[in-house]
Design a protein around this ligand. Structure first.
Ligand code: UTP
Length: 225
């Protein structure tokens, strides 16, 4: 079975450099799995730093996004390095390229694609393109909460949500001020809803949760179905 993993830049590169331990553990788990993986890597703080620097230097939003995409691709290359021969050695630029890249490989790893979207949407589109019915979103938060857990210590985590509930939460979050951002962007929410892609939200700090999510089993994060 094909499973898509969306690995946030903050998981790959939490403090300005790649987290070798995390990458080793992920690679070991994926290589031992019976599944095939379409993987999308985010850009994290490095992408944001470069996009902001470009804006300060006068670049427009299209070019700021294009620079950020380079960071997502750099992270794709480091995941490929961790996976060794199990992954296709190239980072596909499009979903069409991604779906022909399995070709005997267990994993295909890509970064961002076009300006104006995020790797949340890329991962949902990749799932549609390669026919994956399960998506695992790995980030530095443990799931989806009813309010921001970094600001509200009483925030409640959802164990399960329907697609409509997820879309309602994303819409609610859109109304908040700049700088707050929902775990999964609206386009991505709508894409997983239209294709009924079971989507799991788990923390990069909990390998057991990641492994359970890949199998579609119960875990400590949130599942949307
Ligand atoms: P993400 O925002 O998806 O990476 O991409 P992240 O920060 O690792 O994700 P989260 O926060 O953990 O979910 C980084 C930036 O790259 C550009 C956007 O500027 C985005 O904010 N990008 C990414 C694109 O323009 N297009 C893409 O397809 C992907």
């Amino acid at each position: 079975m094909r499973v898509v993993l969306s690995i946030g830049g903050s998981s790959i590169n939490p403090e300005g450099k790649p987290d070798i331990e995390f990458l080793r553990k992920m690679a070991k788990m994926l290589k031992e799995s019976k599944h095939e993986f379409g993987i999308v890597t985010g850009g994290g703080s490095i992408a944001r730093a470069y996009a902001n620097a470009a804006r300060e230097l006068g670049a427009g939003e299209y070019d700021a996004d294009s620079i950020a995409i380079v960071s997502t691709k750099q992270n794709a290359h480091i995941v490929i390095a961790a996976l060794g021969g199990a992954a296709h050695p190239n980072v596909p630029a499009t979903f069409e390229q991604a779906r022909t890249a399995f070709d005997g490989h267990k994993a295909v790893v890509m970064g961002g694609t076009i300006p104006g979207i995020t790797t949340d949407s890329d991962s949902a589109l990749l799932a549609e393109a390669i026919g994956a019915k399960r998506l695992v979103n790995i980030s530095n938060v443990e799931g989806i909460f009813d309010s921001d857990p970094r600001k509200n210590p009483n925030a409640k985590k959802f164990a399960t949500l329907s697609y409509d509930q997820l879309i309602a939460l994303a819409a609610e979050s859109d109304k908040r001020t700049a700088g707050t951002h929902f775990v999964f962007d609206m386009l991505a929410c709508k894409l997983i809803a239209r294709s009924k892609i079971e989507t799991h939200f788990v923390s990069c700090r909990n390998m057991k949760d990641i492994a359970e999510a890949i199998e579609g089993k119960k875990h400590g994060g949130t599942v949307v179905r």
